[in-house]
Design a protein around this ligand. Structure first.
Ligand SMILES: *Cc1c(COP(=O)(O)O)cnc(C)c1O
Length: 409
């Protein structure tokens, strides 16, 4: 799995120790190698490196020691043979498609994926002869019907964002394999601290390292994890040729982020569960979407598949867009931003931001109502997050009282 014999280690130890090879200086923290190229001892050594007869660094678009340390660490955490770091989460998804597909191939994807991934599939891959069908994340029958002889890839995110629907990765992997296809899972929301898709049968995991792997909103990056042939050769080949590789500086930030991932994901989940339970009791809230709630349709699956329910939840308020905006604008602590996976809690109105490009029908099909609000619950004191939202909920009630003359509580 990795070169330092860490197969025996638990997740937290891998996150802290795997991939670090100390230089002769004896430094305790991981070194950064901000260099574009590497020097050879002789013309013969240069030739041997280029021909592949001798392993070693040549140029940082191909390999870089800091990026390699990150790759080895994340591979060990996901339980994969190979990992490649990329310039962003989108570069990871693009590299998977370019490395594993060709013109004429077909993708079946869940409808509820990251918006830019949808654009990549429908606007760009389509131009190169790769067609995508979109189906419901939670209806394997729809996937089965959408699969064609030329289907090569099933693609999903679980839990979905913002509605936190959960797919059964084991079932989806079996479906992919019985149809000569691969299952690719975007594991951005859970991270390997909560869910390891490869152990459940998925073939490839993609990450936006920008989110929880960094965990503090500093750098954009991504990664692909899987077996040595598909990821270590095919996806890596695209990256070293096309160029959207990870920078050494970003890799170093992600290495440090991984060290606290397990602790952070536990704390994010604890805050989110407590907040979800509290939101359920608020009169202006119609519905709360969070896998940790007993009321969630895939709650049993979620607690079996994930170590914890994660940091993202959404809820629907009475009064549609006007009420949702009122709540968002009344908050003072929460950041109004579409990012997630940060120590800072963020609040978003999906219908007019992340899902704003969809038509009204597409939004309805995806379950994104005008009253829906997403919160990526951060690591501030729960009391302060709750009191900020309470102010917002109060603003909604006053809106209802003034416009309809109805006493809500
Ligand atoms: C953010 C995100 C991406 C894209 O990652 P970037 O680093 O922004 O390119 C892909 N998938 C999911 C689930 C995301 O949240």
């Amino acid at each position: 799995m990795n070169q330092d014999g860490s197969e025996e280690w638990g997740l937290a130890t891998r996150a802290i120790r795997t991939g670090h090879r100390r230089t002769a200086e004896g430094e305790h923290a991981e070194p950064i190698f901000p260099t574009s190229s590497f020097v050879f001892g002789s013309a013969a050594e240069a030739a041997a490196r280029f021909s592949g007869d001798e392993p070693g660094n040549i140029y940082s678009r191909f390999t870089n020691p800091t990026v390699r340390a990150f790759e080895q660490r994340l591979a060990a955490m996901e339980g994969g043979e190979s990992c490649v770091g990329t310039a962003s989460g989108m570069a990871a998804i693009l590299a998977v498609c370019m490395g594993l597909l060709q013109a004429g191939d077909h993708i079946v994807s869940s409808r509820s994926i990251f918006g830019t991934t949808t654009v990549l599939f429908t606007k760009y891959l389509a131009r190169f002869g790769i067609d995508t069908s979109f189906v419901s994340l939670t209806a394997p029958g729809e996937w089965e019907r959408a699969i064609r002889p030329e289907t090569r890839l099933l693609f999903l995110e679980t839990p979905s964002n913002p509605l936190t629907e959960v797919a059964d990765i084991r079932v989806m992997a079996e479906l992919a394999h019985s149809n000569d296809s691969l299952l690719v899972v975007d594991n951005c929301l859970c991270t390997p601290a909560l869910q390891r898709p490869l152990e459940l049968g998925a073939d490839v995991v993609v990450h936006s390292a920008t989110k929880y792997l960094d965990g503090q909103g500093r750098c954009v990056g991504g990664a692909v994890v899987g077996d040595a042939k598909r990821v270590g050769e095919d996806v890596f080949g695209v990256l070293r040729t096309a160029g959207p590789t990870m920078s050494p500086f970003n890799a170093w930030v992600f290495l440090k982020g991984l060290e606290t991932l397990d602790l952070r994901m536990t704390a994010h989940s604890e805050n989110a569960l407590a907040l979800a339970r509290w939101l359920q009791q608020q009169p202006a809230v119609e519905q709360v979407f969070y896998p940790g709630l007993e009321s969630h349709p895939q709650h049993a699956l979620a607690i079996r598949q994930q170590r914890l329910p994660g940091g993202v939840l959404s809820f629907q308020v009475q009064g549609g867009r006007r009420a949702a905006w009122k709540l968002i604008d009344a908050t003072r602590l929460l950041s109004i931003t579409a990012n997630l996976g940060d120590t800072k809690s963020t609040i978003t109105h999906p219908a007019t931001t992340t899902h704003g490009r969809l038509s009204e029908e597409e939004r309805a099909l995806s379950g994104i109502s005008d009253g829906l609000i997403r919160i990526a619950v951060g690591l501030e004191d729960l009391r302060d997050i709750r009191s900020d939202i309470e102010t917002g909920l109060g603003a909604i009630l006053s809106l209802h009282n003034s416009s309809f003359g109805v006493q809500m509580i």
